[in-house]
Design a protein around this ligand. Structure first.
Ligand SMILES: [Zn+2]
Length: 218
């Protein structure tokens, strides 16, 4: 079941990727706080980077991004507060998907955080007229610092309430918590990316076998 038949979702959704999963993937390890893992690359360090990321993922258009950057430079404190809320939202979202992957019930407070962003997003959904028909559109996109999160919340709601939820996987790589949609034919994909975690894992197994095959070594 999809939330909307033709919702104001970003273009990224059509490629098999999901904006909400890409959002959780803006950090490698959720269990290790970024402050305690200095080696962990920080993708998002402040509000403007969040906006830049959303544009790069197709979750925000350039016009809305310009408006949001203007708002952010005019009120750095408010932008900082929205950024902290965004990170809380990201971590809650991750835990909701993590519970699904582990076959457990997700913590109610985490679902409440996701619903909090979703409720606001849905208040800004409207029908617009286009080409003699109607289309879903946003109202106030770019006029509210929090609007950068609306498309992510809609993406999450769509995925969580769809059959595709069963295809959400967590990367099997060491030190990688990335989530992805396993659209492989036999649903056997294990890594976020074969060229990254998949290769690292293969190299490790290769050396483990080499060590195991040499007498006197472990
Ligand atoms: Zn990975």
């Amino acid at each position: 079941m999809t939330l909307f038949p033709n919702e104001p979702g970003p273009a990224v959704e059509s490629t098999g990727r999901r904006l909400c999963l890409e959002f959780t993937n803006t950090v490698s390890m959720h269990s290790v706080p970024e402050t305690e893992a200095p080696a962990q690359p920080v993708t998002l360090a402040h509000y403007d980077e969040l906006v830049g990321w959303a544009v790069s993922e197709g979750g925000l258009d350039a016009g809305a991004a310009r408006l949001l950057s203007g708002l952010s430079s005019g009120d750095a404190e408010a932008a900082g507060a929205v950024f902290r809320r965004a990170i809380d939202f990201r971590e809650a979202l991750y835990r909701v998907f993590e519970a699904q992957i582990e076959g457990t019930r997700c913590p109610d407070p985490d679902l409440a955080v996701v619903n909090g962003v979703l409720h606001v997003a849905l208040e800004h959904v409207a029908l617009g007229q286009q080409d003699g028909g109607y289309t879903w559109s946003w109202t106030g996109m770019g006029e509210d610092l929090g609007s950068v999160l609306w498309p992510i919340a809609v993406s999450a709601a769509r995925l969580l309430a769809s059959e595709d939820l069963e295809l959400v996987r967590r990367c099997a790589g060491d030190r990688c918590d990335w989530l992805f949609l396993d659209t492989s034919r036999n649903h056997s994909r294990r890594w976020c990316s074969m060229s990254d975690c998949g290769n690292r894992s293969k190299v490790k197994r290769f050396y483990a076998r080499q060590r195991g095959s040499r007498p006197g070594t472990r």
